[in-house]
Design a protein around this ligand. Structure first.
Ligand SMILES: Cc1cc2nc3c(=O)[nH]c(=O)nc-3n(C[C@H](O)[C@H](O)[C@H](O)COP(=O)(O)O)c2cc1C
Length: 203
């Protein structure tokens, strides 16, 4: 089948997210300018460079109370955020933290997670997550939106500090079988990365 992206696809559900899969989940913690801690998952997320390490995520759509989502507002106001990686055993807490709650509510509390201080940025990190990337905002790019209700903000951040729980390491290497990162598929589906294989490059 083929469909133009601006025309109806004719399927039961939009297949786009199921096609670009799996996607890692950046669990973004941030601090509002009045000091409220915020946490939300983003699967339009990835790493894009490694010297320096840089990540990006798409913070799209409105906040139910109006304006942009808390994450985009906090990152814009403070210039900082933390990417906490989601593992299989944190799936329920991640899901709870995605609820559309009032700006004054901290998803850390809602999900029963422990905020701990960072080394460089003021935003808190999730203690229960084995990988935390402290980030400084590089740029927010507002992308075209095809809906008047949706604002599409592409947030780019430079990673300035990296926390790794040594329990996910074997012989100094990240051990995927211990790490078990959660990834998003389409619809309401997820997968856990547990198996790997290696392949050398041709040159
Ligand atoms: C697994 C998962 C992935 C998500 N990915 C995104 C995403 O990439 N972009 C986005 O805008 N919202 C995404 N959401 C929805 C946000 O997490 C949700 O709107 C959240 O309430 C935003 O919180 P905030 O207002 O505190 O920033 C996702 C939700 C889940 C459960």
């Amino acid at each position: 089948m083929y469909y133009r992206a601006d025309q109806p696809h004719g399927l039961k559900h939009n297949p786009f997210k199921a096609l670009v899969a799996p996607r890692p989940i950046g669990w973004i913690s941030s601090l509002s300018s009045d000091g409220t801690m915020n946490l939300a998952p983003f699967s339009y997320f990835n790493a894009i460079t490694d010297s320096p390490p840089t990540v990006l995520f798409g913070c799209n759509g409105p906040h139910p109370e109006g304006g942009v989502k808390d994450t985009a507002a906090n990152v814009r106001d403070t210039g900082e955020f933390v990417v906490n990686m989601v593992t299989a055993d944190l799936k329920d807490q991640m899901n709870i933290s995605s609820a559309h709650v009032s700006r004054s509510v901290s998803e850390f509390e809602e999900a029963g997670l422990t905020p701990v201080g960072c080394e460089i940025v003021s935003a808190p990190r999730v203690k229960e997550s084995p990988v935390n990337l402290e980030c400084r905002l590089v740029q927010i790019i507002q992308l075209r939106s095809s809906s008047p209700k949706v604002v599409n903000n592409l947030v780019i951040g430079e990673v300035v500090g990296i926390h790794i729980d040594e329990r996910i390491l074997t012989d100094g290497m990240v051990d995927i079988a211990k790490y078990r990162p959660l990834a998003r598929l389409g619809y309401m589906d997820y997968t856990v990365v547990e198996e790997t294989f290696a392949m050398n490059r041709p040159d």
